[in-house]
Design a protein around this ligand. Structure first.
Ligand code: HEM
Length: 419
């Protein structure tokens, strides 16, 4: 049964749907299951988003960039106050279409440029750095626990690793990793969250500081071999040099996409392995287990839970008519639990035959170019942590609060102790 309007037979489960609410953050699965079963293309009147939840529908949308444009991918998820908008405008804060939000002719070249920094060769070369960093962080955690200090695997481990690795890969210098991580998380919350007016002003300040720092990097002397040096030489299809505002936009998105998402996935992967009882040990004793475990977590509980597209014409998704200009929210997290594709989706089964069939990195023209890096970092982080801390357990009676942005979800903290 498909629903096409807001009033007719709206299942009770969806009338109180709050995509930013705590209940949805803590346990989104009942809602996602209900959507897939009874309203797979569902218009949410609160956000005016069309929620697309079945695997085959989401995949079809991702693979048809003519009908479904990515231009709305980075629009603010919830309206900003006039004051926040004015502050951004005064600071000349702008993010022209570059990568994820670029359906135009300049996308291909920019994507190729970024991909060169993230290809198999670059990731293989980064493995020693990833291992060294993960091992050192895990040992620091162990030392902290030994002296009786409380340890949070999100703050002390998951969030730090991708930031250090990304800075090295992209040739970023002259900024403290923590500052970069804070800017990146603030940008994520500003664009994909539902912050209060006061919080918006704080996040706006952070986003402006990040933007200003990037603008200064793009304007100043660039390190040879860095992303910024490559952007400054980049020519658009019409032969002109890339403008500085778009170069800043590329960097802004790559840093946010490359840092926050991976830290969130590492946090969820560690959490589920610690809860499982067996997985923590198997991560060190079974070759390939950590890689498969990370992919299963990506399928069932991805850090990027959804992604947006907009329709360029009247169309249908599945059998549901959708008008031109509709704002779609593709529920990637729901597709990973679609029983039509994944048997017993609620079980984490690292040896399922289609362990990599999930859509958690998107598909088609905009598919995540950082997928290999993210997978590699997550698996190696899990192995390093399990190896250095074989007797680690989650702190008793602690249900971690969840980061719940429109498209990002992960535990905000993971308190641990030695069991
Ligand atoms: C667990 C980690 C990650 C997840 C779950 C993730 C997920 C995604 C998703 C869903 C998209 C949109 C795909 C589409 O529209 O079809 C995307 C795009 C993108 N991601 Fe990732 N990503 C992750 C890590 C990374 C990393 C480490 C980098 C880079 C260092 C990165 C860079 C990008 C870029 C540049 C795009 C835009 C590509 C384009 O529009 O052509 N991501 N990612």
């Amino acid at each position: 049964m498909h629903k096409t309007d807001d009033t007719a037979n709206v299942p009770e489960a969806f009338t109180a749907l709050d995509l930013f609410g705590e209940p949805f953050a803590l346990d989104p699965y009942p809602t996602l299951d209900a959507l897939r079963q009874s309203s797979p293309v569902h218009h949410d009147p609160v956000t005016n988003l069309w929620l697309v939840s079945r695997y085959r529908d989401v995949r079809a949308v991702l693979l048809d960039p003519r009908t479904f444009h990515p231009d709305n991918a980075q629009q603010v998820a919830a309206p900003l106050t006039r004051r926040a908008l004015l502050t951004l405008a005064r600071a000349r804060f702008t993010l022209p279409p570059a990568l994820a939000n670029n359906g135009g002719p300049t996308h291909r070249g920019l994507r190729a440029l970024v991909t060169r920094f993230l290809d198999a060769h670059q990731v293989a070369a980064a493995v020693p750095l990833i291992d060294r960093t993960a091992e050192q962080l895990a040992l620091d955690v162990r030392e902290k626990i030994m002296v009786g200090a409380q340890c949070d695997l999100v703050k002390d481990f998951a969030r730090v690793l991708p930031c250090r690795v990304l800075m090295e890969l992209l040739g970023i210098r002259g900024v403290a990793p923590n500052a970069l991580a804070d800017w990146s998380d603030a940008a994520l919350e500003l664009f994909w969250g539902h912050p209060t007016p006061e919080r918006q002003l704080h996040l706006v300040d952070q986003a402006i500081a990040f933007h200003a720092w990037l603008s200064a990097q793009v304007d100043g002397p660039a390190t040879e071999g860095s992303l910024i040096a490559a952007l400054r030489r980049h020519r658009l299809p019409d032969g002109t040099l890339l403008d500085p505002a778009t170069a800043v936009s590329v960097c802004f998105f790559v840093f946010v996409a490359g840092h926050s998402t991976t830290g969130q996935l590492i946090a969820t992967t560690l959490r589920r392995a610690l809860e499982d009882g067996q997985a923590w040990r198997r991560a060190t004793s079974e070759p390939g287990f950590a890689e498969r475990w990370s992919d299963e977590v990506l399928r069932r509980e991805p850090s990027v839970t959804s992604w947006r597209r907009t329709t360029t014409r009247d169309t249908t998704i599945g059998e549901v008519p959708v008008p031109a200009g509709a704002q779609l929210l593709l529920l990637l997290m729901s597709t990973g639990s679609d029983p039509e594709i994944f048997a017993e989706p609620e079980q984490l089964c690292p040896y399922r035959t289609n362990v990599r069939q999930h859509l958690s990195f998107g598909a088609g023209r905009h598919r995540c170019p950082g997928a290999l890096l993210a997978r590699t970092e997550t698996a190696r982080a899990l192995r390093a942590a399990a190896y250095a801390l074989p007797h680690l357990t989650l702190a008793l009676d602690d249900t971690p609060p969840m980061l719940n942005l429109l498209s990002f979800r992960s535990p905000k903290r993971l308190l641990v102790q030695l069991g």
